[in-house]
Design a protein around this ligand. Structure first.
Ligand code: FES
Length: 248
C-alpha cells in the first residue's frame, strides 16, 4: 500500500544523516551521492524536492545535483514499484542468455522497459553492464545483485517477493507510481539517423524498435550519416602526412 507523502517529515529524517555524511569529507559536495541514496532510502525515489534539498545542503546548483542523479541508473527519478528489477542487457549477459531472461521478465510481469506493474509492486528496466560479468546473466533488485539468472530463478524470486519473504527488502513507497517511470530527455538535438525515432537512447531490443529503425535508415541511405574524422584521427592522420612529406 502507498503511504502518504510528507516531504518535511522525510527531510527531518534525512538531515541528521546528511550532516554526518558531509562531515566525513574535506569538501561537503563529495557527500552528494550518499545524500541522494539517503533520500531514496527514505522515500523510495529521488524526488525534485529531494534534489533541491540536497543542492541547498551542499551549496550546489540544483542543475548539478540533477545532472549527477540522472547519470546513474542507481537513482530513480520518478516513483517506482516496491521492487525494481534492473536486468543487464550488455555483452557477457547477452552471450549467456540475457535476451531470454529479459523476455521472460517482461512476459511474467506484463511490462516493458521502464514500466511498473499496475499494482505498483514491480518496476522493470534493462540496463548496461553491471560489472558482474563473471556471474552473467545478472540483475539488480533494489540495487542488490542477483546472479546466474535462469527462468526458474526468476520464478522463485517473484514468488518470494509476492510472499513477502524475498531476501532484499522492498522500497518504501510514498507516491503511487505511474505505468512508466522513464524521464524523457528534453531539447536534445538528435543525429540524422535518430530523427523520427522515439529515443536514440532506447535499447533497440525486443519490445523497442528504435535501434532497428535507426540501423535500417542508415543502411538504406548511407549518405544520411556524414563520415567525419574524429579529432583524434585528424591529429594522427595529420602526423602521418607530415612524416610522409618529410620522407619525400
Ligand atoms: S555484461 Fe552483464 S554484468 Fe557485464
Amino acid at each position: 500500500m502507498t503511504a502518504s507523502r510528507d516531504f518535511a517529515e522525510t527531510l527531518a529524517k534525512v538531515k541528521p544523516e546528511a550532516e554526518k555524511l558531509m562531515a566525513q569529507y574535506p569538501q561537503k559536495r563529495s557527500a552528494l551521492l550518499s545524500i541522494l541514496h539517503a533520500f531514496q532510502n527514505a522515500e523510495g525515489w529521488v524526488s525534485p524536492e529531494a534534489l533541491a534539498a540536497a543542492a541547498e545542503m551542499l551549496d550546489l546548483p540544483v542543475s548539478v545535483v540533477e545532472s549527477t542523479a540522472s547519470f546513474y541508473t542507481l537513482f530513480f527519478r520518478r516513483p517506482v514499484g516496491q521492487y525494481v528489477l534492473q536486468v543487464c542487457r550488455n555483452l557477457s549477459c547477452q552471450l549467456n542468455g540475457a535476451e531470454e531472461i529479459m523476455a521472460y521478465c517482461r512476459e511474467k510481469l506484463n511490462v516493458r522497459h521502464f514500466e511498473t506493474t499496475y499494482d505498483g509492486r514491480f518496476s522493470y528496466e534493462e540496463v548496461e553492464c553491471l560489472a558482474a560479468c563473471d556471474r552473467a546473466p545478472c540483475m539488480q533488485v533494489n540495487l542488490e545483485f542477483v546472479y546466474d539468472l535462469t527462468r526458474e530463478k526468476i520464478d522463485e524470486i517473484l514468488l518470494a517477493m509476492n510472499a513477502g519473504n524475498f531476501e532484499v527488502a522492498p522500497l518504501p513507497q510514498t507516491v503511487k507510481p505511474d505505468v512508466t517511470w522513464f524521464v524523457a530527455h528534453e531539447g536534445e538535438k538528435k543525429s540524422p539517423g535518430a530523427q523520427g525515432v522515439s529515443s536514440p537512447n532506447d535499447p533497440g531490443g525486443i519490445g523497442d524498435p528504435s535501434g532497428r529503425q535507426m540501423i535500417e535508415r542508415i543502411v538504406r541511405d548511407p549518405g544520411l550519416v556524414e563520415a567525419r574524422p574524429t579529432a583524434e584521427r585528424l591529429v594522427r592522420d595529420g602526423a602521418a602526412r607530415l612524416e610522409a612529406g618529410a620522407e619525400h
